[in-house]
Design a protein around this ligand. Structure first.
Ligand code: PGA
Length: 241
C-alpha cells in the first residue's frame, strides 16, 4: 500500500489526478473505474485541465462507474450519469460509446447486475479504479454488512448514506436503493486509487487501513489489494499520526 498525505484538498486532487493521468499516458486504451461524490470533483477538474492543455487524450479510454441510484433515469440531474457528464465527460474527448454505468431504470435488477458484470468483463477488467470512502467506510455503495458482496448488486442504502447524500435531493426524494459494483468487482481492478479528505473521513480511513478486515468496515478489504494507493489530506489522516 502506498500512502500520500497532502496538505489540503487542492494538493490531494492534483496528486490523484497525476496518478490517473500517468495511467492514461502509459496505456491510452485503459479502462478507468470512476467514482462520484464530492471527493473526486477536484481530481476531475485537474484531468479536464490536462485535456484542455493537450497533455491528456481520452479518445481510446473506456470508463465504468462504481454505482448508480435505482429509479433515476440517466438524464435525472441527481443521477450519477449526469454527475459524470457535468463534472468530467462533457469536458473531455471520451467516446460516449466507451462510457458505462448501471442503468437506474432497468426493469429487472438481477438482469441489470448481470449485464453490468458482463460489461466489465468484456472490457477486460478495470485497470485503475478510483474510490472515495463513506463515513461508514463504504466503497461504491457497498454498505457495512455481514458479508462482502461479490459482483454488481442492488442494495438498500444505509441510514448514514441516506443522511450524507440527501442534501443533494429535494424533500424525501432520495432513492433508497442503488446498483453498485461489488467488493469482488472492485478488488479485481488491477490498481486502486482511494481518495479521502476532511476530518469526517478520519475514523473511516483509520478503521479501514489499520483495523481488522471485516465486512462491517467494507473498505478494510482494500488492505488485501496488491496495488492500492491512498491519497488523503492531513485532516483525513489525522487519526493515524
Ligand atoms: P463523498 O462520498 O466523496 O461525497 O464524501 C464518498 C462516498 O460516499 O463514497
Amino acid at each position: 500500500m502506498k500512502i500520500y498525505i497532502t496538505k489540503n484538498y487542492d494538493d490531494l486532487s492534483k496528486k490523484a489526478a497525476n496518478i490517473m493521468a500517468s495511467q492514461i499516458i502509459m496505456k491510452p486504451n485503459c479502462v478507468l473505474g470512476f467514482a462520484t461524490g464530492a471527493s473526486p470533483v477536484g481530481l476531475y477538474k485537474q484531468l479536464i485541465k490536462y485535456y484542455e492543455s493537450g497533455d491528456l487524450d481520452f479518445a481510446e479510454v473506456s470508463t465504468v462507474n462504481l454505482d448508480e441510484y435505482k429509479g433515476l433515469s440517466s438524464d435525472d440531474p441527481n443521477s450519477y450519469h449526469q454527475f459524470m457528464q457535468t463534472n468530467l465527460f462533457s469536458h473531455i474527448n471520451v467516446d460516449p460509446k466507451n462510457v458505462f454505468l448501471p442503468d437506474g431504470l432497468a426493469k429487472n435488477s438481477d438482469e441489470e447486475c448481470e449485464r453490468y458484470n458482463k460489461v466489465i468483463s468484456s472490457l477486460g477488467g478495470v485497470d485503475l479504479q478510483l474510490l472515495g470512502i463513506g463515513t461508514n467506510s463504504h466503497i461504491g455503495f457497498n454498505e457495512p454488512s455481514d458479508s462482502f458482496a461479490k459482483e454488481t448488486n442492488c442494495i438498500e442504502l444505509s441510514q448514514s448514506t441516506i443522511i450524507a447524500n440527501s442534501k443533494y435531493f429535494d424533500n424525501d426524494s432520495m432513492p433508497k436503493y442503488a446498483y453498485t459494483m461489488g467488493i469482488k468487482s472492485i478488488m479485481q481492478a488491477k490498481k486502486i486509487l482511494l481518495v479521502a479528505n476532511g476530518k469526517g473521513k478520519a475514523k473511516a480511513l483509520k478503521d479501514s487501513l489499520t483495523g481488522p478486515i471485516t465486512p462491517s468496515v467494507p473498505a478494510s478489504i482494500l488492505q488485501l489489494h496488491s496495488d492500492l494507493t491512498v491519497v488523503a489530506d492531513e485532516d483525513a489522516f489525522s487519526l493515524m499520526r
